[in-house]
Design a protein around this ligand. Structure first.
Ligand code: FES
Ligand code: FES
Length: 166
């Protein structure tokens, strides 16, 4: 009589909730989240800039909080919820922050934009009506080489006026 193999939890893979869906990825001790997102999962909206946690281009949400994916090992997100810029849309539509960035043309090269949008979305989720000073403080971790801060801050104020993140 042959016995059917019992499926054991994999030691070589780990599970996370990515943009609302359960995903398995290889467990790799030194692998950074930004590499897994961009190279293995094709989510290239998360940008790789400085690689040192200084520019914010790689910002994603981990359990709703903005975190630099270049400073996060993949094993740190096991069992946690990760949201990238691709996962911010609501019902297939851009969220209010994304719409405001587009409507106000709040980018030049656009390289910083996904991280900015992710960070601003996190802010408006916990503080739907921030003051300009609170917006500037919350966005300090995201740098724009093109220097378009005025329009970026304007877009976040517009998104707040339009209902936060929806
Ligand atoms: Fe991660 Fe700059 S690439 S903070
Ligand atoms: Fe170019 Fe921000 S729009 S880095």
């Amino acid at each position: 009589m042959s016995s059917s193999p019992v499926r054991k939890p994999s030691e070589s893979r780990l599970e996370l909730r990515l943009n609302g869906e359960l995903r398995e990825v290889p467990r790799a001790p030194k692998r950074k989240l930004v590499e897994v997102l961009r190279i293995e999962l094709g989510l290239t909206g998360t940008k790789f800039g400085c690689g040192e946690g200084a520019c914010g281009a790689c910002t994603v949400l981990i359990d709703g909080r903005p975190v630099e994916a270049c400073q996060t090992f993949i094993e740190e997100v096991e069992g946690r919820s990760v949201t990238t810029v691709e996962g911010l849309s609501v019902g297939g539509k851009l969220n209010a922050v994304q719409r405001a960035f587009a409507d106000l043309g709040s980018f030049q090269c656009g390289f910083c934009t996904p991280g900015m949008v992710v960070r601003a979305t996190a802010l408006l989720q916990i503080n739907p009506h921030p003051t300009p000073a609170q917006i500037r403080e919350a966005m300090e971790g995201s740098l724009c080489r093109c220097g378009g801060y005025r329009r970026i801050l304007g877009a976040i104020e517009r998104a707040a006026e339009n209902g936060g993140t929806r």
